[in-house]
Design a protein around this ligand. Structure first.
Ligand SMILES: Nc1ncnc2c1ncn2[C@@H]1O[C@H](COP(=O)(O)OP(=O)(O)OP(=O)(O)O)[C@@H](O)[C@H]1O
Length: 368
């Protein structure tokens, strides 16, 4: 398998007022393109789909060359076996859900999944005979993803697929996307400007800035890099930890095991044993030199400072190794000075239980 280099993308293009020059590689999983509006994310997706032809470019998916300007290879969109899911589902209103899914079969290059398999994966089995006008936004979007899957795509492109949905609908659909990532093994190029989505879903994070790649790497690594906090947004900055559900306590808390110890969060629906990824926002993490006693916070993870970044304003971001993972804490420069924080200093991190919201938690399935 080429799981370590599932996607190879290198594109250069000049519009009158904007230049794109991106190159990145990514392994199996969800590769998130994250960046501000106008950074060039949609242009990358359109080029990979073959909807625009860049001045120079090379796109390889699982060893299959879709385009290579140097070798004069250019597959037209319909030969790329790329499924495209847009912001709004664009279903056929006159067809039922089943009809919409079966429509995807037309583009199927060989034996693909059955309607029932796709419907089960996306939780739409009970909706098969309905028409799109009777579906919620989240359901429509799942059908649109199902239709793309029926064509047995070599890759899925999703351009802000949740942007048109409200918070609860988004929360309803994210677990299905996590299953898709872990169970189908179809690589997904996923455009988003929502950090919570990226933290839950992305395997690889590609940070796009002004038409270039500012950073690219495993999501936990990029999100815990203090140097990238200004690009990722000071408010939303935070690290991602792996955790496993250990117990559901009768007082409404769920106990998780993570590399740095035990964490308690408000009750989760996931069963004991379920693996999760957990986003801990930097602003919810406090630092103490001595292990705090007599405080209300239940979560204290011990670690060692690995990096410190002073901001331009009063803030500082501290990166702390907790077990084999990295946490970020946003504190004031004054506190950083008062505690003499520097790489190598052992610290205790305090995380408020109630700061971990359901939107910060994503499921991980199978061996992914
Ligand atoms: N066909 C085109 N002709 C000229 N300029 C274009 C064309 N398509 C895109 N651009 C420009 O390229 C830049 C990047 O656009 P793109 O849509 O890729 O950004 P984006 O990161 O996807 O933004 P958003 O999140 O708002 O969709 C923008 O400045 C846009 O105006």
């Amino acid at each position: 398998m080429r799981g370590d280099r599932m996607l190879e993308i290198a594109l250069r293009h000049r519009f009158a007022e904007f230049s794109l020059d991106v190159a990145f590689e990514a392994p199996q999983g969800v590769t998130a393109l994250f960046g501000r509006s106008g950074a060039g994310k949609t242009t990358v997706v359109d080029a990979v789909a073959g909807l625009m032809r860049p001045d120079e470019g090379r796109v390889v998916v699982d060893g299959r060359v879709l385009q290579d300007a140097a070798a004069r290879i250019w597959l037209p969109p319909h030969k790329r076996r790329v499924g495209y899911v847009f912001q709004e589902g664009r279903l056929f209103p006159h067809l039922t859900v089943r009809g919409n899914l079966e429509y995807g079969l037309r583009f199927n290059a060989g034996a693909g999944p059955s309607v029932d398999e796709v419907a089960d994966l996306l939780g739409i089995a009970s909706l098969l005979e309905r028409r799109p006008s009777r579906l919620s936004g989240g359901e429509k979007q799942r059908v649109a993803i199902g239709r793309a899957l029926m064509a047995r795509p070599a890759m899925l492109l999703m351009d802000e697929p949740l942007a048109a949905l409200d918070g609860p609908r988004k929360a309803e659909i994210l677990p299905y996307l996590a299953r898709l990532r872990d169970e189908t093994k179809v690589p997904i190029l996923y455009v988003s400007h929502a950090l919570d989505e990226v933290a839950q879903l992305a395997t690889t994070l590609v940070l796009i800035e002004e038409g270039g790649v500012r950073a690219c790497g495993p999501v936990a690594e990029v999100l815990s890099d203090p140097a990238l906090v200004p690009q990722l947004g000071v408010r939303g900055a935070g690290a991602v930890l792996s955790a496993t559900v250990v117990a559901h306590d009768p007082d409404g808390l769920t106990e998780l095991a993570c590399a740095g110890g035990r964490l308690f969060v408000p009750a989760l629906a996931e069963p004991v044993g379920q693996r999760l990824r957990l986003r801990i926002e930097a602003q919810d993490v406090m630092i103490a030199l001595d292990r705090p006693e007599g405080i209300s916070a239940l979560n204290i993870l011990s670690g060692v400072v690995t990096a410190l970044r002073q901001g331009d304003g009063p803030g500082a971001v501290v990166q702390i190794a907790v077990g084999e993972e990295l946490l970020l804490a946003r504190i004031t420069r004054r506190s950083a000075r008062a505690l003499n924080l520097a790489a190598g200093v052992p610290v205790h991190t305090v995380i408020k239980t109630v700061s971990v919201a359901p939107g910060d938690i994503g499921a991980v399935h199978g061996g992914a």
